[in-house]
Design a protein around this ligand. Structure first.
Ligand SMILES: [Zn+2]
Length: 278
């Protein structure tokens, strides 16, 4: 299987967007709280069939100060259409052993699924794995896992406990490496973080799942069924949108089609819109 990658720079930071594959979601999973006619109009405006919204999983590799930092590990084990991150890394010429730090923005299957291989052992065995304390506590709590969909609980159980020996639990605003800092954006999950890259006055916002589709920018009150605390999630999304506009940030939106999921968030009336492109 051939992987796909896209190299670009953020100031002095060498960045590589990595394709993990594409999954498809039903519109009612993506937008839990829209009036049917408004959702139909929004889907039509994007040329989408509500039965199947394409959703790439786009991870990011950042090289800074001689260290390789990988943001999220994709959705291996979730669906046959995804789980290609290692192929994409190989195509980009990077071996798993060369990764120094893995940042897990949250504990959903599409962001942690590639932590371990078929043997159940960590894939990035030389890497320190960073997760917020709140997120780790949530996804390793048996009472939480018992009320999660079975696939979510299975993938968390398979992909988090094996990291114990190489884990760095941090607060939501932790500095990870030169030019790489976490930004707390709770709501989608309790300890969900975005990641801010900053170099030479240029900023990239890796928003992870603060928005899953441009429709979530155009209709800020809309949220997916996956948001555990929708009120907090919408506040986090608004904060990120304001920041992206104020700083003219380049944005990597993990689930925005097409790969490499790069673009800018622009103001549109009292809401926002997505302008794809680097
Ligand atoms: Zn996701």
């Amino acid at each position: 299987m051939t992987g796909r990658f896209h190299r670009f720079r953020v100031g002095d930071l060498e960045c590589t967007a990595l394709d993990d594959g594409t999954y498809h979601y039903r519109a009612e999973r993506y937008v839990a709280n829209a009036a049917a006619d408004e959702l139909a109009a929004a889907l039509a405006s994007h040329g989408l069939d509500g039965a199947s919204i394409p959703s790439p999983y786009t991870c990011l590799l950042v090289e800074t100060g001689g260290r390789r930092v990988l943001l999220d590990t994709g959705g291996a084990g979730w669906d046959p259409g995804v789980g290609r991150l290692r192929d994409s890394l190989a195509t980009a010429g990077v071996a798993p052993d060369e990764i120094d730090v893995v940042v897990l923005t949250h504990g959903h299957p599409d962001h942690i699924g590639g932590n371990t291989g078929d043997d159940g052992l960590p894939v990035y065995r030389n890497a320190t794995h960073v997760m917020t304390r709140a997120e780790w506590a949530f996804w390793t709590d048996p009472a939480v896992l018992a009320r999660m969909p079975e696939a979510f609980a299975c993938i968390a159980t398979r992909n988090l406990p094996p990291l114990r020996d190489r884990l760095d639990l941090v607060e939501g605003d932790a500095q990870i490496a030169p030019g790489i800092r976490l930004l707390p954006t709770p709501g989608h999950t309790p300890g969900h973080v975005a990641v801010v890259l900053e170099s030479d006055g240029v900023e990239l916002l890796y928003i992870s799942d603060a928005a899953l589709h441009p429709m979530h920018l155009e209709h800020p009150a809309w949220h997916p069924v996956f948001d555990i605390d929708p009120v907090a999630a919408i506040a986090s999304k608004r904060m990120l949108c304001e920041r992206a506009v104020a700083n003219s940030s380049l944005v990597l939106a993990f689930h925005f089609d097409p790969f490499p999921s790069l673009g800018h968030i622009v103001r549109r009336g009292s809401a926002w819109a997505w302008e794809p492109g680097a």
